[in-house]
Design a protein around this ligand. Structure first.
Ligand code: NDP
Length: 310
């Protein structure tokens, strides 16, 4: 009997997946009926990336797994009963995009490019930037995305430190872990990149005291989640010069409200949650592989730890 897979997301996203996902399922040897209007009660699997239209999954007796198209699942985890496995997206395309975003923004600040791009008085300022080896970059979160970004930056020569919940050893990255590692990771950092999930433990991780540990004039880059940053503390640190610039891609409320002080702050760059995006072709292979694994009784990839919240 063929499987029923419900694809539940915005119509534009279905347009991106309607060909590549069936192809990936076929390539993985999965015989499935893929539909956008199947009742959830009849679904074996749900590919889930809802807009406003959240599903009630409490009575889905056949449901074997919910497969998120997103890496960050804090907005949808409550929709999925705890006994149903929920997987998050780790996708090579998403990772590559994040590496490009983070590398680009780190290099912008490292090289001091703004002084040359915005130079209305045509001032000749021959101040060469330091070498990357003399620039301390700290990445909070050493998961799929943080590790890839850290490796890329270390490959360019930056002095990279990182912080995660569990201890790690990663070539080229000075790794710190747990609560007591945060201060060490932040001490003297000139550029800090946030790639943590938003959980009860990480909410406002970059608060006043944490910002106070950074080097004077440090740069904050946040493609993680808006809630990781204490916004008032960041604005205060921008005023004192403790933070020289913030490049923010994620916000507590999105789209960022027009009257939010970040929009008009001269030393804040707002990007509209575009740091990286799940790529349909590679993400479809991950979804198909997980359905294949579930049907074969093999462990699923990228299962969310419901008690940790990511
Ligand atoms: P992962 O789950 O692979 O990595 C998360 C990392 O954060 C892990 O290293 C984990 O530690 C660490 N972490 C979690 N909780 C804590 C804690 N309490 N203290 C210290 N470290 C902690 O996630 P990804 O790398 O795939 O994605 C990271 C985030 O990036 C996503 O959750 C999402 O919010 C954001 N994102 C943003 C996008 C954008 O376009 N702006 C696109 C995609 C993702 P450990 O390794 O020990 O588990």
């Amino acid at each position: 009997m063929s499987l029923n897979i419900l694809f539940h997301s915005a119509p534009h996203r279905w347009a991106d997946y309607r060909t590549v996902l069936p192809d990936a399922l076929a390539a993985a040897g999965v015989d499935a009926r893929l539909s956008t209007d199947l009742p959830p009660e009849e679904a074996d699997y749900i590919v889930y990336a809802p807009a406003e239209d959240r599903l009630d999954l409490s009575r889905c007796g056949r449901l074997k797994a919910v497969l998120s198209l997103w890496a960050g699942i804090e907005g949808i985890a409550d929709d999925v009963p705890r006994e149903i496995p929920l997987t998050r997206m780790v996708d090579e395309g998403l990772t590559a995009g994040m590496v490009e975003y983070v590398t680009g923004h780190v290099l912008r600040h490292h090289l001091g490019m703004d002084a040359h791009i915005v130079n209305p008085d045509h001032e000749w300022r021959p101040v060469p930037p330091p070498l990357a080896a003399d620039r301390k970059v700290t990445i909070l979160g050493l998961g799929a995305l943080g590790t890839a970004c850290g490796r890329a930056l270390a490959g360019l020569g930056f002095a990279v430190s990182g912080w995660s919940r569990s201890p790690k050893e990663i070539d080229g990255i000075r790794c710190h872990s747990a609560d007591d590692g945060l201060a060490t990771a932040l001490d003297g950092a000139e550029i800090v990149v946030l790639l943590l999930p938003l959980t009860a433990d990480t909410e406002c991780v970059l608060d006043g005291p944490a910002l106070g540990r950074l080097a004077d004039g440090a740069v904050v880059i946040n493609p993680g989640r808006g809630g990781l940053v204490d916004d008032d503390a960041l604005l205060a640190a921008l005023e004192t010069g403790q933070v020289g610039h913030a490049t923010l891609d994620t916000f507590r409320v999105e789209p960022l409200p027009q009257d939010h002080p970040y929009w008009s702050h001269p030393r804040v760059t707002v990007t509209p949650h575009v740091a990286s995006e799940t790529r349909p072709a590679s993400a479809s292979r991950v979804i198909a592989e997980n359905v294949r694994r579930a049907e074969a009784g093999e462990p699923l990839l990228h299962v969310v730890d419901r008690s940790a919240g990511y």
